[in-house]
Write a protein that binds this ligand. Structure first.
Ligand code: ASP
Length: 342
């Protein structure tokens, strides 16, 4: 018996020693990931100045959200803090700088979800709300509904005290040129929008709560009241404390058909031995199989902050309490792994 115990102890020793040496780093207490759209981004077509401008805008959004989380604030507040500066920046296809519809208007879609109770809010086709993410959140907290559209959503906004922003505020020269090019050269939105530019953020806070939000102008030249995935809970946005928070960007029709954001969270809940990156990649592979493209950002209860995209680039950033802080644009540029080893 004594020999047996000695044997077992000996057999266990190297493993124990190894475990001590390679002890996994503690899981981050908070984490945040953001995106500013995915698409065909060409290194050659981007000047150093333009690149610096995008990186600065992404860093500002990341810093705003990270500060909330580092100070002990909620995931909900962090994602709003990160998304609003991107809605306000003309660089991104959300809020100011939104793409034009076929009729020459800017119509905004947004959604938000709280992983604590899976409460969600969304708006589609709004034209006079400066920060649609805030309206989506007010739908979540102040209405009995999940999704409001068009003039009804604007009426609700007015009743909730939102200022009416003149539609001209959202219009930019470069987005107008994209619409004109599309019409003149009979291009599709995919051809004309070399990048899409939707914005989104996902966060895990120090209390273990998660939230996700997405905001967009949709696709250039959209018509007939087209609505993409961004305001569709389960497609462009999903948050569930049991599994993850996800925000998507890309060719919305495919993201709706795959139910990307919910699909990722559902697979994570039943993950078995599969890693988070593999699960996100496998859902994005389904989007590609159907003919779509784009990307997702996600965080998990373990503090992982993950990107997965099948386009040449995605404007993105991530930060964690473990010291990760990076922004990137093209594929393969991420400096640090924000994935704790398990
Ligand atoms: N997903 C958005 C849409 O289809 C577009 C984008 O992400 O840029 O409306």
């Amino acid at each position: 018996m004594k020999n047996l115990i000695t044997l077992i102890a000996l057999a266990l020793m190297p493993t124990t020693a190894l475990a001590q040496d390679d002890a996994p780093p503690p899981a981050p207490k908070w984490s945040l990931a953001i995106h500013g759209g995915a698409g065909t981004l060409s290194r050659d077509a981007m000047t150093p100045e333009k690149r610096a401008e995008y990186e600065a805008a992404l860093q500002a959004a990341l810093d705003a959200g990270a500060k909330v989380l580092a100070d002990g604030g909620s995931a909900m507040d962090a994602i709003k803090a990160a998304i609003m500066p991107m809605e306000d920046s003309p660089l991104f296809n959300a809020g100011k700088g939104a793409v034009f519809t076929w009729e020459g208007t800017n119509e905004l879609d947004s959604s938000i979800m709280d992983g604590r109770d899976r409460s969600a809010g969304a708006v589609a086709g709004v034209k006079t709300v400066k920060n649609p993410i805030l309206l989506a959140d007010t739908v979540r907290t102040k209405s009995p509904h999940v999704m409001l559209m068009g003039t009804g959503a604007e009426q609700f906004a007015a009743e909730q005290g939102f200022a009416v922003t003149p539609p001209e505020y959202f219009a930019t020269e470069s987005r107008l040129r994209s619409l004109e090019r599309m019409k003149a050269e009979q291009l599709s939105a995919i051809d004309v929008d070399l990048k899409f530019g939707t914005v989104g953020a996902v966060a895990l806070d120090q209390n273990g709560n998660m939230a996700a939000g997405t905001s967009t102008g949709g696709m250039t030249g959209k018509r007939w009241g087209r609505i993409g995935d961004a305001p569709v809970i389960g497609a462009g946005t999903y948050a569930d404390n049991r599994a993850c928070a996800v925000s998507a960007t890309g060719w919305g029709e495919y993201f709706i058909r795959v139910g990307v954001a919910h699909e990722i969270c559902a697979r994570l809940r039943m993950r078995g031995i599969l890693g988070t990156q593999d699960i996100a990649d496998s859902v994005m592979a389904e989007v590609a199989e159907l003919g779509g493209d784009g990307g997702v950002i996600l965080v998990t209860p373990d503090g992982e902050a993950i990107f997965s995209f099948n386009t040449s680039g995605m404007y993105r950033g991530r930060a964690t309490s473990a010291g990760v802080n990076e922004v990137a644009i093209f594929g393969g540029e991420d400096q640090a792994s924000a994935t704790p080893e398990h």
